[in-house]
Design a protein around this ligand. Structure first.
Ligand SMILES: Nc1ncnc2c1ncn2[C@@H]1O[C@H](COP(=O)(O)OP(=O)(O)OP(=O)(O)O)[C@@H](O)[C@H]1O
Length: 268
């Protein structure tokens, strides 16, 4: 089942200006896509919108064949269980054991009693160890989260994704705390996992060369708008330069007419 956004606009609070403007995006199952753009472009907002954490101010979302904002809260909750959002700053309770933090990736499919029982006695430590092993963190299984380095914490949060059974993996800057070699290895694990389960994978990345090298499709966002949505092979250095151009240095002269909206370059 596919996922699509049709002219979706989002604001964070009723009085805010729009953080996303009329986003059009069609995502096929099993597709792997990198989301790039300068700070404040709207990458996190878009991932959270796809994770059904933001209700659009306008437009329509089609998630696995239904409009998640036209169904009841219970049905939407079940739909969310098919999505996994790995946030930029993982909300890992500092005093928690790594094993418990990783198994939290199973919470959406556990009943409340089972989830509470797993807090006291981890339900499936072997699954958590296997997930951690893919990031070479198996030795940390029983460590406390606040004893991990920033990079270990980030990979511990991604191990959650491995124990989930989500069909859409939405990952916000998964490599920000990692050295270059670990960044490549970590991305490989995420991409292998998504391919193995036929899941959609969307990663926001600040490492543009890695995005171009490792992803077939790149979406460039700026000022809450999609500037391009193209095959990686069709993304030129000029497109990247324009995407990251410093807006402070290219504001038009005070009497210049407003610039027409740039056409979105779509290669799909
Ligand atoms: N909780 C919030 N309340 C109000 N505005 C917000 C909130 N979070 C983000 N914004 C605004 O929404 C816009 C998009 O922010 P967003 O975090 O999605 O950008 P981003 O591309 O992920 O940035 P970065 O690369 O720095 O993480 C920005 O103008 C930001 O100031």
């Amino acid at each position: 089942m596919s996922f699509s956004l049709q002219r979706v606009s989002v604001r964070h609070h009723a009085s805010d200006s729009l953080a996303l403007h009329e986003i059009e995006l069609s995502l096929a199952p099993g597709e792997q896509l990198a989301l790039i753009g300068p700070s404040g472009a709207g990458k996190t907002t878009l991932l959270h919108t796809l994770a059904l954490a933001h209700r659009p101010a306008a437009g329509r979302i089609d998630a696995f064949g239904c409009d998640p904002w036209a169904i009841g809260e219970g049905a939407r909750h079940r739909l969310r269980a098919r999505l996994f959002l790995a946030p930029q700053t993982p909300p890992l309770p500092p005093r928690q054991r790594v094993v418990t933090a990783v198994l939290a990736g199973r919470l959406p499919r556990w009943s409340l009693p089972r989830a509470l029982a797993s807090l006291l006695r981890p339900a499936d430590p072997a699954a958590a160890r296997d997930a951690l092993a893919r990031f070479n963190l198996q030795d940390k299984l029983w460590s406390r989260v606040d004893r991990l380095s920033g990079g270990e914490r980030q990979r511990c949060s991604l191990a959650r994704l491995l124990v989930s059974d989500a069909q859409a993996l939405l990952v916000d800057e998964p490599l920000s705390a990692l050295d270059p070699a670990l960044a490549v290895q970590t991305l490989e694990v995420l991409q292998q996992e998504a391919a193995a389960r036929g899941a959609l994978l969307i990663c926001s990345l600040h490492q543009v060369p890695l995005a171009r090298e490792r992803f077939g499709r790149i979406v460039g966002l700026r000022d809450g708008r999609i500037v391009f949505d193209a095959r990686a092979a069709d993304v030129s250095d000029d497109m990247i330069a324009a995407l990251y151009r410093d807006a402070r240095n290219d504001s038009p002269a005070p009497d210049a007419p407003p610039l027409p909206a740039a056409p979105v370059s779509r290669c799909f």
